[in-house]
Design a protein around this ligand. Structure first.
Ligand SMILES: [Zn+2]
Length: 516
């Protein structure tokens, strides 16, 4: 029941369209306590008198009003069903004022469980951050907590003890030090659509440095917020940020949030793709906390968190899944972006080594696509298996420039939108001029890996696929005595004359093979 309330587009959600959030919170580190309000602006799509807003315990909504009239609600788990008094007229814009307070859930293992991380830096100063992917942003602020409806723009105003700095998404508009009480206001503004889990607040003894990157859409402000004692090391390590921007604009098109700038913000956990304020906690090491996920050496050529989390600006923040079951759209393309980064700087062989090396991390335990409408993620194979699926697709297209134009095309077609798997599948089938239905069914909806069975006997190569879904007949490249040829296996045995000695299957295709 609660999974459905959280994960589906309920009748109390579908009748209105989010336009603007005005989120204001005061953070009191000494008490691990927050209090504030969110003004939810929305457009009425059809008439209804109940509106669903989500906020997870132990936080509580303390007041709700519309046009200065207090409103009642019924509560089921984190879902508040608020009874509106004013008639909701289609086409009209309304505002809902929601006040809340409490001690938010504390993240035990951020960013995987999420909530507030109340940490201290090496100098004993407060170092605080929010994270909420999967769990939902309603773990720390009241909102319409479903991926399908992104707010068009947002203000995030944070009061923090005046010796600390608060960094959120978008651009810093204003600061204000209060005369009494020892608090300071930081007002941030996001002028682009943003998904809920992308919203974040980070608080610490920060220092700032910045650069202007000359990108495809003109000058882009790149801002870096790091703990005061990490300034020098960050200036070195964050050189990967403009390198990332260059490679990803090449492959994916312009960075999708020029208006909001790009930021890296140091946090006390590993990292997250928070929109226009990518959070960073990779300890200023290359690789993933110093290790190479591909075990090929190539993973140590870049800072994994800078490259991976920033890759999400295109796939997760600009192109966002409507339902978390389709989260492969975020993670498969972003994991794949790591090897495109390598491709840009070290060439195609390096990038292939990397993505193929990452196959050792594939589980094949559950399908990549999860269950719809119940806030359910698919298998973690959405990372490495998804990336290998895309790498395989690149081979099928046999034209790297076309592949690049398709990746850029996705980012134009679905710019700042929430999408379904079907939309992505259809786009890729159309632009590659291939029916990819069975291909995606195999890799996204089944756990079996296509296996090529073959024998070589009496001057003949005999081959077929097993462990495949209906109609799967992906052609592959093979090498016969060093010469590359296409073969066209299906579930039926096929034969072809074979004069050669050596037979090798191109490693770029994610399949198994078995000589029988
Ligand atoms: Zn990711």
């Amino acid at each position: 029941m609660q999974d459905t309330l959280r994960g589906s587009i309920t009748p109390e959600r579908e009748w209105w369209d989010l336009t603007y959030y005005d989120l204001n919170i005061k953070v009191q580190p000494d008490k691990k306590y927050i209090a504030g309000y969110n003004v939810v602006h929305y457009k009425v799509l059809k008439s209804h008198n109940i509106i669903q807003i989500d906020l997870q315990e132990p936080l509580e909504i303390t007041a709700i009003s519309q046009d200065n009239e207090d409103l009642d609600y019924n509560k089921i788990g984190p879902a508040y069903f608020i009874i509106l008094k004013k008639k909701q007229v289609p086409g009209e814009y309304n505002e809902l004022y929601i006040q809340y307070a409490g001690k938010p859930k504390e993240a035990v293992n951020a960013p995987w469980d999420g909530g507030f991380s109340w940490k201290k830096d090496k100098n004993g100063k407060d170092f605080i951050a929010t994270s909420c992917q999967g769990l939902g942003a309603s773990v720390w602020w009241p909102n319409k907590d479903h991926m399908y409806d992104e707010v068009d723009s947002m203000r995030i105003a944070i009061d923090v003890p005046k010796d600390l700095i608060a960094v959120a998404n978008g651009r810093l508009r204003d600061t204000h030090e209060y005369e009494y009480g020892g608090f300071k206001l930081y007002e941030w503004f996001v002028s682009n659509p943003i998904n809920n889990y992308g919203v974040n607040v980070n608080i610490g003894d920060y220092v700032n440095f910045s650069e202007v990157y000359q990108g495809e859409k003109g000058p882009l402000d790149m801002d870096y917020w790091v703990l005061s004692y990490n300034l020098e090391i960050a200036k070195k390590q964050f050189k990967d940020a403009p390198k990332m921007m260059k490679a990803f604009e090449h492959w994916f098109g312009p960075y999708p949030f020029y208006e909001d700038s790009f930021k890296l913000v140091e946090v006390p956990y590993l990292g997250m793709e928070h929109q226009s304020s990518v959070t960073y906690g990779n300890k200023y090491l290359n690789g993933y906390l110093g290790s190479d996920l591909s075990r090929t050496g190539w993973g140590l050529k870049f800072d994994f968190i800078i490259i991976h989390e920033a890759g999400h600006e295109w796939f997760a923040n600009s192109i966002t899944n409507k339902d978390i079951a389709d989260m492969w759209i975020h993670e498969s393309f972003t994991n794949y972006s790591e090897n495109l980064f390598l491709d840009y700087y070290y060439g195609k062989e390096a990038s292939a080594d990397y993505v193929i090396g990452c196959r050792a991390n594939i589980q094949n335990d559950r399908p990549i696509i999860g269950y719809y409408n119940v806030n359910h993620e698919g298998s973690s194979d959405m990372y490495y298996k998804g990336a290998n699926m895309l790498h395989t697709l690149r081979q099928l297209i046999e034209n790297d420039e076309l592949w690049r134009q398709i990746l850029r095309g996705l980012n134009t077609e679905f710019y700042h939108q929430t999408v379904t798997t079907k939309q992505i599948e259809d786009y890729l089938s159309e632009k590659t001029n291939k029916n990819l239905t069975a291909f995606f069914n195999q890799y996204l909806r089944d756990i079996r890996i296509p296996t090529l069975e073959y024998t070589i006997k009496n001057g003949e190569l005999k081959f077929r696929y097993i462990d495949i879904v209906k109609d799967f007949d992906m052609p592959i490249e093979v090498e016969i005595d060093g010469k590359t040829e296409w073969i066209f296996p299906s579930s039926e045995w096929k034969t072809k004359p074979f004069e050669g000695k050596d037979f090798k299957i191109d490693r770029d295709y994610y399949i198994y093979s078995k000589e029988i």
